[in-house]
Design a protein around this ligand. Structure first.
Ligand code: ADP
Length: 336
């Protein structure tokens, strides 16, 4: 296949980070190291990671008419991500305020700014681009109404929809359940998986369930996470487990896992984004079973932890292939 085409609908943020000895508690002021500025936002991170793996990638999103906006647009262009559907608006560019302690734990506050103004109208303007793609890749740092419009467009055109349901909003709306049920591949980490199942229950999860499924909440809770999430409607589900790798349920409902690769991890930032991009690119390039794509994505996530930063840590295809040839992985300890 020639270069696969991936359209990302998502966020662009400036990450402002400070390292401190210990995280402040409410009301406390702590002094830290130098302020670091880095290109971030799950949408931009995943777009850059997909491009680095050889996909032709476009990002539909919004930045502000400010210094951060032009800097981040420049970063995307240098990474060869198509920014022609990235609109400049009056709202400030999205920012993430990140505090990291000496043990690597972090606290993050996001000001969505321009990301929060992305609406379905913008998606309609770029509908032809989505319909012509091989895959649509989304996260939840832009309004759900925009994501839903993009998913409906992609589905109508038979485009593969991959949703990284992160970060999980405080309330799970019917729109989010509709988004999830319209997804081909849902990717979440363990915390998001548990949060989604809890929230789906309080939001009347039955409405979002797979047609014909008749699983009670108590039964859902007893299922392994990917199987329980699959009952919410996505065709396939992958739950990432940090250094332990990932577990997944494929289109037939079969469960399996991929153990994490043993690497010298120094910074977990960007691992999840590299994972989602790699899984998407692998699926549209190879169209093989989900298991091969998960293994490729686990290698990408592992490699991303060996370098600092989000976008700068995303690996190339050659680096992933080299790890897959030589790697040792942890024994999978997931009890399904
Ligand atoms: P998120 O950052 O979204 O919470 P995870 O921490 O689960 O996502 O990481 C995503 C993937 O990256 C994991 O499924 C795993 O394959 C890989 N990964 C993350 N941390 C490590 C690590 N310390 N060692 C090896 N692989 C890792």
């Amino acid at each position: 296949m020639c270069e696969p085409v991936v359209v990302v609908v998502g966020s662009v943020n400036m990450d402002l980070s400070v390292r401190v000895h210990s995280l402040p508690y409410a009301g406390e002021t702590v002094s830290g190291g130098a302020l670091q500025r880095g290109a971030g936002g799950k949408g931009a991170n995943q777009a850059v990671a997909a491009r680095r793996l050889g996909a032709r990638t476009a990002l539909i999103g919004r930045v502000g008419a400010d210094e951060f906006g032009s800097e981040l647009r420049g970063v995307l262009r240098r990474a060869e991500v198509d920014d022609s559907a990235l609109t400049t608006t009056d709202a400030a560019t999205g920012s993430a305020l990140v505090v990291i302690d000496s043990a690597g734990e972090n606290m993050i506050t996001i000001s969505p700014g321009a990301n929060g103004t992305l609406g379905p109208g913008e998606i309609t303007r770029h509908a032809a681009r989505i319909a012509a793609a091989d895959a649509l890749l989304l996260q939840l740092e832009v309004p759900i109404a925009a994501c839903l419009a993009a998913v409906r467009t992609a589905r109508a055109a038979g485009v593969l929809v991959v949703l990284n349901a992160a970060p999980l909003p405080p309330d799970v709306s019917p729109e989010l359940l509709e988004l999830i049920s319209g997804t081909d591949i849902l990717i979440v980490n363990e915390g998001e998986a548990a949060g989604l199942l809890d929230a789906a229950e309080s939001a009347g999860y039955r409405d979002g369930m797979r047609a014909g499924a008749d699983t009670r909440r108590s039964e859902l809770a007893a299922l392994p996470l990917p199987a329980a999430l699959r009952a919410l409607g996505p065709r396939e589900v992958v739950v990432t487990l940090g250094s332990r790798g990932a577990v997944y349920a494929d289109a037939d409902g079969d469960l399996d896992s991929c153990a994490g690769f043993i690497v010298e991890a120094i910074d977990a930032v960007g691992a999840g984004d590299a994972f989602c991009a790699a899984l998407t690119v692998h699926q549209v390039s190879n169209r093989t079973d989900l298991g091969s794509a998960v293994r490729y994505a686990c290698a990408a996530g592992a490699l991303a932890t060996t370098r600092r930063g989000a976008q700068s840590a995303a690996p190339t295809g050659a680096q992933i292939d080299a790890l897959l040839r030589t790697a040792t992985s942890r024994r999978s300890d997931y009890a399904s």
